[in-house]
Design a protein around this ligand. Sequence first.
Ligand SMILES: [Zn+2]
Length: 519
Amino acid sequence: MRMSKLFGHTLRQAPSEAQTTSHQLLLRAGMIRPSAPGIYTYLPLGRRVLHNIEEIVRQEMEAIGGQELLMPLTLTSEEVVGDLCRQELASYRQLPTLIYQIYPKFRDEYRARVGLMDAQEFIATEALSFHPDAEDVNGFYPQIYQAYANILQACQLETIAVETEDGHEFIVLCEAGRHTFILCSECPYAAHVEEAKFAKPESPQETERATEKVATPDCTTMAALANYLGVPLDKTLKVVFYATKEGEVIIAAIRGDLNINETKLKNALGIADLYTATEREILAVGAVPGYGSPIGVRGAKLVADDSVLLGCNFVAGANQDGYHLLNVNYPRDFQADILTDIAQAQAGHACHRCRSPLTETPGIEVGHLKGSETIGATYLDQSGKARPIVMGSYGLDLARLMAAVVEQHHDQKGIVWPAPIAPYQIHLVVLGANEEIVAKADEIYADLEGLGYQVLYDDRNESAGVKFNDADLIGVPLRLTLSRRTLEENALEVKLRWQEGRETIGLDELRDEIKRHRA
Ligand SMILES: [Zn+2]
């Protein structure tokens, strides 16, 4: 491709709305352009990268027997999939089978801030496997897991696999990620902060003492209370009041050194929404804001974190303004309707598997694998009996993957594409408009293309500075430069994008040299 003809140009500066590195560099390098909020056009350079990623996906899917198809976007995919299975899969002889598609997808939740990472429309790959039973899905799962891991590895994208309730998510750890992940500093444990488990520290064991009411003026926060009474936070009991949509008051209780995780709380209750209770709602169940506890309340549901079992003689609110109770014990003094883990894991907590310290880091999901679900279609088993087809589903967000690669592979000058997905293999730069040099560069360009290389040829009438800056920005792995000086030596300058050094090689050695770099 001659750069003088290339559709799309580089930008000196990224538009101010681009706040993440990948968004800035993809815009600046002429890979993408915004078309509407959250919707991007892939310019030819960006389309080539995406195409290369798609080809890697195809290779890996075909290697485990996947067959590509394309489903219509106008219907929900569950409907389409159910219908397809009813039409095409009748007998156990056809199972298991794997289909996949690469298609534009829409995201409901949308934030323009992170560019391609969170584009509203993006290119996704979705694979679906159909099985005679759940056991068969589980048997196939390691294969698809490995295929997805291979795709990510081929793109040189470092990810961690996070276990979810029904499978795995592949997570890229990067500053631009908008979710928080908890990782163990020693073992492979990793989880969404909303789901992360940890080993709760035990408090020293004591014998239970009798409850006693004490005056605690102006102690409406846990810190003020612990300070006033001179007790550590883990000797206090914290409560938070919530209300459901239906107006039921939920009291969440937890040891004072820990925090409540609202996702875990909602999961424990089996509901989607929780609101902060109003003062009126709190008073209505017999509790007092700032001095609240589960003791003596009526008509509220109590969810207690299991940390209430890991200590005793807690200080808790007396449900009376200006007073707390000493020596509150579970279950002697209050009983929970639900006793489970609703605590938020934080950096510094201990891993529940190996007790090493946990760390917190931002990240973003690029793919997910999900185990068995039924889809309302059946097949006939060996005895002619109808049985439900069980499906596994596996998705990758290729646009996010592309942006994540840029987050992990760039320097101050621009993108440093991993060779397998780079838009071109070779960036040929010619310096000087002299007829002889241009003729030689044209010849080299034709030669390289003839050898089957994908070459971006900077034949523009621009300065060396502009050409080199653009080459660095676009990030093609191998740069070849022909100038008056090198031509005098019948040579070319060779530079790898990820290395500082340059070397000069004779024109006759060019073929061997390129082969060496590709190997
Ligand atoms: Zn661990």
